[in-house]
Design a protein around this ligand. Structure first.
Ligand SMILES: Cc1ncc(COP(=O)(O)O)c(C=O)c1O
Length: 418
């Protein structure tokens, strides 16, 4: 049976990954402690040429622990961009700090002019999100931060290996974090890595990391099941009489498959029950994915290039009106390729008929749908550009597992339907 062209159903899991998942599923001795933790840390030390690396179960927990290590005062203000995932402000609130939202520019990142208006005496941190792996205006933001004595955290959850002016994202700031979540550019079902060269922060994070446990075997087992079930059951049956989709809903309802953002997180709360280290097994899976980093990132870059060569896509991405410096930001291994259309909802319905499942990150100003905006301190109307863009956004897949003919199909789909 044919697999759908899908942006989010285990986008970068290949046969070798699945073989590894199957091999490891009942290998409980490798689950928690083991030497893959150290190996993964060493991978980051080598790749980013940094001194210190820490691992946590998710990117959101990594952010929470970074914020805790900064010893800030309750209600100190942390600037983040709108057009993000709710788990980011939730980590800030869980650390007893206050999220302050900045509007976005045309590259879906922090709007530097708007940022200047949001800084107060209480601003202690700016979180720079490189949305989809498109670099933010990092140099300008750094200048502003330096002037105001503000710490910068880079949120590199969306990919590993994007560069700005030939320098890796994640190496511009005091501290940065990455994600190995299931829909990210490199997936180990879950995982959050922190890198820094700051000795003081590293000392505190070392203590925090040491105080944290691994998730239970049953939790690890469940997370491993997710890609296996997707690979063998849900993906092949996805479009066949809707069986795959139905199966997905049932398995989520009976809690065999987990949600990326839990019900509690959708209501605006941080999941304190999920404070864990990244177990040895997830580190093993992450390393298998990272062994393919050049192949994956080159493939993503090639796909982006193909999209940019198409007039219709170029027009819809508005890139033809961009300054050269902004266009260059797209020459990266993007996690998803963003387009703006008049009515993204309509296209979402059409894409289902076309058996091509595009993405909708972020179709809410703070995603996902149904997040309690009041709880996460977002004031409606405060970031108008982000609100407008969230109604128009559609993402084309850039998964490294996409075949050439599938990319052609996507381009044709955009030409006909948008
Ligand atoms: C921009 C951004 N930052 C951070 C995170 C958190 O990463 P994780 O899913 O590993 O907690 C996400 C995840 O959804 C994200 O989209």
């Amino acid at each position: 049976m044919k697999r759908p062209i899908s942006i989010s159903n285990i986008p970068n899991i290949e046969k070798d990954d699945i073989k590894l998942y199957l091999k490891l599923l009942f290998n409980f001795s490798l689950y928690k402690k083991g030497n893959f933790e150290e190996k993964l840390k060493n991978w980051f030390i080598d790749y980013f040429r940094v001194e210190f690396v820490f691992n946590f179960i998710t990117g959101r927990l990594a952010l929470f622990e970074i914020l805790k290590s900064l010893n800030l005062n309750n209600e100190d203000e942390i600037i983040l961009q709108a057009f993000t995932c709710s788990v980011v402000p939730e980590a800030i609130i869980a650390a007893k700090l206050k999220p302050v939202y900045v509007d976005i520019d045309k590259t879906f990142n922090i709007d530097v002019n708007n940022l200047k208006n949001k800084i107060t005496k209480k601003t202690k941190v700016i979180i720079i999100q490189h949305t989809f792996g498109i670099p933010a205006e990092i140099e300008k933001i750094k200048e502003i931060a330096k002037k105001n004595n503000i710490i910068i955290i880079e949120d590199c959850a969306h990919n590993i290996g994007s560069k700005y002016k030939n320098k890796l994202l994640g190496t511009f700031s005091d501290i940065a974090f990455f994600s190995f979540g299931r829909s990210k550019a490199f997936s180990a079902t879950n995982g959050g890595i922190i890198i820094t060269n700051n000795k003081n922060l590293a000392k505190k994070l070392e203590i925090i990391e040491k105080s944290i446990n691994y998730p239970s075997n049953s939790r690890i087992f469940k997370e491993l099941l997710h890609p296996i079930i997707f690979y063998f059951l849900i993906n092949p049956l996805y479009d066949f009489l809707n069986i795959g989709k139905l199966l997905l809903i049932i398995l989520q309802k009976i809690k065999i498959l987990t949600f990326e953002v839990s019900k509690k997180e959708k209501e605006g709360f941080f999941e304190f029950k999920n404070i864990y280290k990244m177990p040895n097994l997830f580190c093993f899976l992450a390393l298998n994915q990272l062994s393919k980093i050049d192949k994956y990132n080159n493939r993503r870059k090639e796909t982006v290039k193909k999209y940019l060569k198409n007039d219709k896509i170029l027009q819809l991405s508005s890139l033809e009106n961009f300054a050269q410096s902004d266009i260059e930001k797209y020459f990266n291994p993007l996690l998803r390729f963003p387009l703006l259309v008049k009515n993204s909802n309509e296209l979402i319905k059409k894409r289902r008929k076309g058996k091509i499942y595009l993405g909708d990150w972020y179709s809410n100003v703070v995603d996902p749908k149904g997040v309690n905006l009041e709880k996460i301190y977002y004031q409606k109307g405060s970031c108008p550009n982000a609100e407008k863009i969230s109604k128009q956004i559609v993402n084309l897949p850039t998964n490294p597992t996409l075949k050439d003919n599938e990319i052609e199909k996507i381009i044709k789909f955009v030409k006909i339907n948008i």
